[in-house]
Design a protein around this ligand. Structure first.
Ligand code: PGA
Length: 264
């Protein structure tokens, strides 16, 4: 696992944008797995800048989002579809039909079939080349809350009380935060060919250390990335401050620059 420790959030966002833009340059028709939340906002701003100023083209790129609140219409201002449209898709040359976000307003009796279809769509498009992840305060990736099976697939999940409290900042009242979501599973995420996990801010420091350096456990679903052979964690100094192997990650980063190749 590569761990890149950046001096601040801006540099974190830039590093992540370099991983994505290099992939697009190498494989213009690549499939990206995308995340929502505060953490990837800087990355999306940087991708928009690269599109506008450096002609990075998304015209053949396809994207699959990790999750969506269950019960919200796509047009709801807090839906993840709306988040993606306003923070990224509308500002780049991606084709709307190439952007997939789970639909939050399907009927519950259709959910199982719908989730299976979402996974099939990923496969039909060749699988995810690069998955972007954040990490929740409770260690979740996507909405795989503590206790989710490490083999889980796309499904309806119930949100943890901690997640509801964390996400209440985006709603007028905590009672308005949806209690359920559609989420890719941990098993789905691990099938991506490459993963980048982003973490910023001191409030993520304890859980990031558990995820990267603690035991692999369904109680911290982000710890499942330890199974994956091509993971790059990009963290700012604040989120990295509880990592026991901090000096080693810095050493590896220098070593990588010397031999000019990523060391996973
Ligand atoms: P955040 O959310 O980026 O808003 O901290 C991360 C997550 O819940 O996965």
């Amino acid at each position: 696992m590569r761990v890149i420790i950046t001096k601040d959030y801006y540099e974190l966002s830039r590093e992540a944008s370099v991983v994505i833009s290099s992939l697009i340059n190498k494989k213009p028709g690549c499939v990206l797995g995308l995340a929502t939340g505060s953490t990837p906002l800087g990355l999306y701003r940087e991708l928009v800048r690269l599109h506008k100023e450096e002609k990075l083209s998304f015209s053949s790129v396809k994207t699959f989002n990790l999750d969506e609140y269950y019960g919200l219409n796509p047009s709801h201002p807090q839906s993840y579809r709306h988040f993606m449209d306003t923070n990224l898709f509308r500002h780049i040359d991606i084709k709307p039909e190439n952007t997939f976000v789970p639909e939050g307003n399907i009927k519950s009796e259709e959910a199982e079939e719908y989730c299976r279809g979402y996974e099939e769509e990923i496969k039909k498009n060749g699988g995810i080349d690069l998955q972007v992840l954040g990490i929740g305060g409770d260690g979740h990736i996507a909405f795989n809350e503590p206790g989710s099976s490490l083999g889980s697939r796309t499904r309806i999940v119930a949100l943890d009380a901690r997640t509801i409290a964390d996400n209440a900042r985006f709603f007028n009242k905590a009672e308005e935060v949806p209690r359920f979501a559609l989420s890719m599973g941990v098993g789905t995420i691990l099938e991506a060919r490459e993963i980048i996990l982003l973490a910023a801010g001191s409030n993520k420091a304890p859980i990031l250390a558990q995820a990267l350096e603690g035991p692999i456990t369904s109680m911290v679903t982000a710890s499942a990335i330890q199974f994956h052979p091509r993971v790059t964690v990009i963290t700012d100094e604040e989120a990295a401050c509880s990592l026991a192997r901090y000096p080693y990650y810095k050493f590896i980063r220098d070593a990588e620059q010397k031999i000019n190749t990523p060391l996973f």
